[in-house]
Design a protein around this ligand. Structure first.
Ligand code: XMP
Length: 176
């Protein structure tokens, strides 16, 4: 059994400040043609991030989402179900791939080559949270909001069995 922590791991104010500084870091690294958000956990992060980014070009940066989720048991590393990438035109584009959290790394490790196979010229990765102690695949994100210890986190888009996504801060789930 798990219950929600009584205090946030990362407060609303800390999230807001870091998302703004992260947006500035990304903008300083160059222009991206398209931001690809991974559903569902990144939806709040993406919406705050793009509003904190100066216009990438005169039309603004394109934003699209697609779904990626792991399936199978935990010994089946790398079983990833991806939908919504089929019709994305990425040829020659500079892509910023955004996820909520980098955990084992299996998701981003598999997605980056998929985007390159679809013709992306550049793929950079951005995550709000990073749990380095859990890494299995050899990948680091190009832009990281917060490095955190190995706790299950919810809120600000992240869920526990689809609950807690709309909490405005990052909370942890604690064993009871
Ligand atoms: P990997 O292990 O492939 O995982 O880097 C990335 C995906 O796993 C989910 N994930 C979490 N979701 N709280 C969550 O709500 C967590 O602490 C957590 N750790 C991993 C998440 O969907 C992420 O995209």
């Amino acid at each position: 059994m798990y219950k929600l922590s009584s205090k946030p791991l990362i407060s609303k104010a800390e999230l807001s400040e870091r998302v703004n500084s992260l947006a500035a870091e990304i903008a300083a690294a160059g222009e991206f043609d398209i931001l690809l958000g991974i559903l569902t956990g990144s939806f709040i992060f993406v919406s705050d991030l793009v509003r904190a980014m100066p216009k990438a070009n005169e039309k603004g940066m394109r934003v699209k989402f697609f779904k990626a989720s792991s399936y199978g048991d935990s010994t089946e590393h790398g079983s990833l179900k991806v939908s919504g990438l089929e019709n994305l035109e990425l040829a020659g584009l500079r892509v910023l791939l955004v996820d909520d959290i980098l955990d084992t790394g299996n998701t981003l490790y598999r997605l980056v080559p998929m985007l390159k196979e679809r013709g992306a010229a550049v793929v950079k990765t951005c995550v709000l949270l990073d749990k380095p102690s859990r890494r299995e695949a050899p990948i680091e994100a190009d832009f990281v909001g917060f490095k955190i210890e190995n706790k299950f986190v919810v809120g600000y888009g992240l869920d526990y069995a689809d609950d807690y996504r709309t909490l405005p801060e990052i909370m942890t789930m604690e064993e009871v």
